[in-house]
Design a protein around this ligand. Sequence first.
Ligand SMILES: Cc1cc2nc3c(=O)[nH]c(=O)nc-3n(C[C@H](O)[C@H](O)[C@H](O)COP(=O)(O)OP(=O)(O)OC[C@H]3O[C@@H](n4cnc5c(N)ncnc54)[C@H](O)[C@@H]3O)c2cc1C
Length: 511
Amino acid sequence: MQKDIEIKLAPREVVQDEVLKKTLSAALEIEQTRIKGYKILKRSIDARGRNVIYRLQVRAFIDENFVPDVYRIEYANVKDRKPVLIVGAGPAGLFAALQCIENGLKPIVLERGKDVKQRRRDLAAINKQGLVNTESNYCYGEGGAGTYSDGKLYTRSNKRGDINKVLETFVQHGADEDILIDARPHIGTNKLPHIITAIRETILNAGGEVRFDQKVTDILIEFGKVKGVVVNEEEQLLSDSVILATGHSARDIYELLDRKKILVEAKPFALGVRIEHPQSIIDASQYHCDIRSEFLPPAYYSLVAQVGSRGVFSFCMCPGGIIAPCATYENEIVVNGWSPSKRNNPFANSGTVVQITLDDVKGEDPLRMMRFQAEIEQQAFKLGGGNLVAPGQRMVDFVQGKLSSDLPKNSYLPGTKSVMLKDTLPDFVALSLKNALPEFGKKMKGYYTNEAILVGVESRTSSPVRIPRDKETFQHPQVTGLFPCAEGAGYAGGIVSAAIDGINCANAVQM
Ligand SMILES: Cc1cc2nc3c(=O)[nH]c(=O)nc-3n(C[C@H](O)[C@H](O)[C@H](O)COP(=O)(O)OP(=O)(O)OC[C@H]3O[C@@H](n4cnc5c(N)ncnc54)[C@H](O)[C@@H]3O)c2cc1C
């Protein structure tokens, strides 16, 4: 017999098998010897009360042996099957490729960047010398923007597809099984590259292809039907199905579509700064303690405020993380955040951003939001003074309109320069942030402090362009066989939702 039940444990007890079994037997009112095994279904931290506890959903196996789950999809060989061109090897492209194989189609993944190993060298040049390789950086290369990220795997888009399938596929390729049960699962930058490599090997072993340094420079279309793509301005690759999963940074792809008179639309996005605190401040506030227990992970937060008609919210919070330089061009500053699996860096960062509407950027140009985003990133670069040095300001100084006399120690490796951050942000964004930050301080003790630094600019929160598609067929309304996919097309925001959209697009391709 199996029974599901919720139990509560103190943080130190969660790692003690005997205590867990004892608590289960008490909760189920049966002798402990009858519990032959258990499976944790969900695990979350509840820090609302004075004492922080873990809440566990547990399946107890009573008088019945526990059989562990095996997460394994068998991928048949598709070498000689119909080819599907997939542009971009981010989460969307890779999961689209796996799904193509499951569906008996041969994926050919074309990625402008390099494989995970070679990509590392380009990231080192970004961090140490402030040099951006425009084809291989934090956004471009194998695994896309998701590889050198925090690897947070939660999504609000649970209606769009099978989240568990995505998580189980990560587990099949080497991720820890904890991601299947944690309320806020994450993988970590140190582990993601191995998992991405394993996914590539699955694709290759099944007869699919993954090609690097293959920048798609044109899409071949005849009589409203896709015929294939041009790679690096020379080689033509033919297929009647192209999944376009190029992410939200590939401005050249939006420009290409617009030039070819293929419909694209301006899309609202959010813009702001990355805010970093010492992790100890966040821990003390969230766990109501002076020093975090060794049995608790570095604490997380999520904050939201309404300033007039605008939402201001924290985004992509990275406990124990690093602020990353995520520019894809040489003369711009774009920040984001990542953390290793243990989240053991001394800082906590999050994007803190303000909603931008289409009315904020007047005009008819479908690429106007993208151009607006680019201008702000270039202004941040100028303000930093070059070499990816980012403009920064202490939190209270920013709100009070004072130049910081110095900046706190922080994790952004290319360096930060003290400036008036309002000089790089649109007035309404600066004003919304100024109003929201003291509000956040009221919600979270210790948050509103000059020990925190604001680093500009957090501008690639979601795509500033939407590539339209039919709800049923997932194809572009003007181009049969062109599947606009995931974040770059405006249908996903994050690793899991991008992966799900990749799966959905692959399922929409005709055999
Ligand atoms: C530092 C950082 C941390 C992040 N942390 C998280 C997190 O913790 N959790 C989370 O859910 N999300 C996180 N994100 C966001 C997440 O990575 C993206 O939402 C996700 O990767 C989007 O997936 P995608 O496949 O749609 O696009 P992308 O991952 O952007 O992949 C697109 C790929 O297409 C390639 N490409 C572009 N143009 C071309 C072309 N012309 N030809 C060939 N290839 C091309 C690019 O090189 C890229 O590899 C983070 C992002 C960054 C940058």
